[in-house]
Design a protein around this ligand. Sequence first.
Ligand SMILES: [Fe+2]
Length: 226
Amino acid sequence: MNKADKHPDYKKMYSVVKKLFLKTEHFKHGPYDETFFTTRVYETAKEIVKHFPECSKEEILAAAVLHDVGKSKLDSDKLFKGCTTLGTADEEWCKHPALGVPIAEKIMKKLGHSPVFIKRVSFLIANHARRGGKMKDKPLDLQIIQDADLIADWGFSGFIRPFLYTGKFSHQSIFGAVDFSLHGWDPAKDKALINLDVSKKIANKKLKLQDELLKQLCKEIKSDLL
Ligand SMILES: [Fe+2]
């Protein structure tokens, strides 16, 4: 383990990732603000990893910062224009872990990380989306990354995101965003994909907050006129 491995420069890593995201049409102008999502995955990973001192916090947090960098290589047309001859949006999304590995390797190499560190972080990036039964015998560090990635967008972020989407795309009214929040997402389905009990506790807290905010909003927009 070298100096860079012991004290990774997460800020520098993030600044490179952010630049790559902002260069793309789909993240700069599209509905998915991946730069800020990355910060939430990093913070959520920090929250989970403190319960597991046996894991390498440095590798896990580096993977959290770099895990979605492959999305900078996705094709906006395939993601958002619904052109079937180009393949489906889902197929395009699925490519991002593999696309991210060479980019992350290059970033880590430039920052002076050892080959062992790079290999271990790359493994986490390559497999971060293989949730549920898609992979057997998942190492603990991969379980942490997968959980952080899954629950980072719950809670206040989960509450606010449909409204951000509405703000960017005028075809949907604010009531559409409320309707999506009430009926468009089934947390039970996603909760079943969480690996660790610690993550389940964090997720439950986040969901409670999300639910309370939504209930309060529903109360405030209720009117005899509607
Ligand atoms: Fe991802």
